[in-house]
Ligand binder design. Structure first.
Ligand code: ATP
Ligand code: PRP
Ligand code: MG
Length: 281
């Protein structure tokens, strides 16, 4: 089983980090290589450009691919999306010069749009009654409206800094993207695919949960339980030779702050909060 992952760019590092956290450690160095093995002898990693990953998976070079949803939409191939990996969040927008006369999509009729995403752009304009010609560029798209190459652009934005720096403003959002795990339809029944999906999902599931440990007087256990409904309730252990119990529970990260003061109020002490590496439900 091969997983195609970004070989460079902003998705490279976080993708390798995710594989590591999921337990799929690369074993023979990743630098400047096309392939790497993982600790699982049945799983290897293939490095490719983010934009090429959908094609690599569809063509059989890899069974699974990790890349942006925008890249999957731009590619002509059809893949099955297994998991939203929740990083590389960005939007593809239609943007025009801040100080020009274009205020609305309809003002672009008869105009030219420059983009690295011609298919997405074409699909968007097909859904409007605005006719534009599309010029494909391979980078620095933001420059094109200022050198009379285009009236507007369709490009990626996240913080909006690049658009602002180039005196452009978004007038429409075309799609919202994040990194996803994709598979070819014919491998969906392979148990290894499910194993990889579960491993990656366990990292995401753990991210917004914390492991809470505390000591409490045994007679206050019921009150403690009320604060900690948790996953299947807390684990309770007797502390030998004392009237105290040790309580362990998984708690949503955003509930920890409040839970701590409530737990103290019902007699908890020695409260410890730790991150969870993986969580398989
Ligand atoms: N500003 C951004 N914020 C968040 N995610 C982004 C941003 N820009 C790009 N991405 C995501 O990362 C993917 C790859 O973009 P990146 O710029 O890293 O590679 P690239 O420019 O395609 O690399 P290459 O150098 O191989 O051409 C995009 O398809 C998108 O999903
Ligand atoms: O809204 P912002 O946060 O400013 O991000 C948007 C920019 O990020 C991406 O470029 P990237 O930094 O990946 O550089 P690249 O052109 O080399 O791909 C994208 O092509 C935009 O130019
Ligand atoms: Mg880029």
């Amino acid at each position: 089983m091969r997983i195609a992952v970004p070989n460079k760019g902003r998705l490279h590092e976080p993708t390798l980090e995710l594989l590591e956290r999921a337990g799929l450690h690369l074993v023979n160095g990743a630098d400047r290589k096309l392939y790497a093995d993982t600790v699982d002898p049945d799983v290897s990693v293939l490095f490719a450009r983010s934009a090429d990953i959908p094609e690599y998976v569809a063509d059989g070079a890899a069974e699974l691919g990790i890349t942006g949803y925008d890249q999957a939409r731009e590619s002509p191939v059809e893949l099955h999306e297994l998991l939203d990996l929740d990083y590389g969040g960005c939007r593809i927008v239609l943007a025009v010069p801040e100080d020009g006369d274009i205020e609305d999509v309809s003002d672009l009729d008869g105009g030219t749009i420059a983009t690295e995403f011609p298919r997405i752009t074409e699909g968007y304009f097909e859904g409007t009654d605005v006719d534009v010609s599309i010029t494909e560029v391979s980078g620095a798209t933001e420059l094109t409206p200022h050198v009379d190459m285009a009236d507007g652009i369709v490009d990626i934005t996240s913080t909006g800094t690049t658009l602002r720096m180039n005196r452009l403003e978004p007038i429409e959002e075309i799609l919202s993207s994040s990194v996803r795990l994709f598979a070819r339809e014919d491998v969906l029944d392979d148990p290894k695919v499910e194993q990889v999906r579960t491993a990656l999902d366990s990292v995401l599931a753990a991210e917004d949960q914390r492991y809470l440990m505390l000591n409490a007087p045994e007679q206050r256990l019921e009150e403690i339980r009320e604060v900690l409904p948790g996953m299947g309730g807390p684990t309770v252990m007797d502390i030998a030779g004392t009237e105290q119990v040790a309580v362990h529970a998984v708690v949503a990260e955003d509930a920890v702050f409040e839970a701590i003061s409530e737990l103290k109020a019902v007699g908890a002490s020695d409260i410890l909060v730790t991150e969870i590496e993986r969580l398989v439900e």
